[in-house]
Write a protein that binds this ligand. Structure first.
Ligand SMILES: O=C(O)C(=O)C[C@]1(C(=O)O)C=C[C@@H](O)C=C1
Length: 126
């Protein structure tokens, strides 16, 4: 089987090795195991989201629609802020995070559109 970068991951890697008690290190590693699972899930979720937005990007390019839809973004942000509050997550962080993702999506949409229109801009590597 081909070795992937995930196979090289050392879950016990730490700058704290040898500096803290074994008990504390064991507890830290146990919590980090959950963090690693959550981070992996985030990567898969983001990959799925970008697959979906790529379809939107092609649809928009084919129909000559602008990459950004500010009205949609306002609704999305208001919704995510409400969800964040319910989940006891800082709504300002949720908004910043969504804006960060959306700005990357818009960059991808722009690259798809430029490509579709015969340009050679390929900022998003698409
Ligand atoms: O739904 C769209 O129209 C998209 O292009 C997707 C998306 C998003 O990432 O959620 C990105 C850009 C738009 O401004 C709004 C939303």
């Amino acid at each position: 089987m081909t070795e992937t970068s995930a196979d090289e991951f050392d879950p016990a890697a730490s700058s704290l090795a040898g500096k803290i008690s074994d008990d504390v290190m064991q507890e830290l590693l146990a919590v980090r195991s959950s963090i690693d699972n959550i981070d992996a899930t985030l990567v898969y979720l983001l990959a799925e989201r970008f697959k979906a937005t790529q379809r939107v990007g092609y649809l928009k390019a084919e129909h000559d629609l602008p990459p950004a839809d500010p009205g949609r973004e306002v609704a999305q942000i208001a919704r995510l802020r409400r969800l964040a509050e319910d989940a006891h997550l800082d709504p300002a962080f949720a908004e910043k995070f969504l804006n960060f993702i959306i700005s990357e999506v818009i960059r991808h949409h722009q690259a798809i559109s430029d490509n579709h229109n015969g340009g050679n801009s390929n900022a998003a590597g698409l």
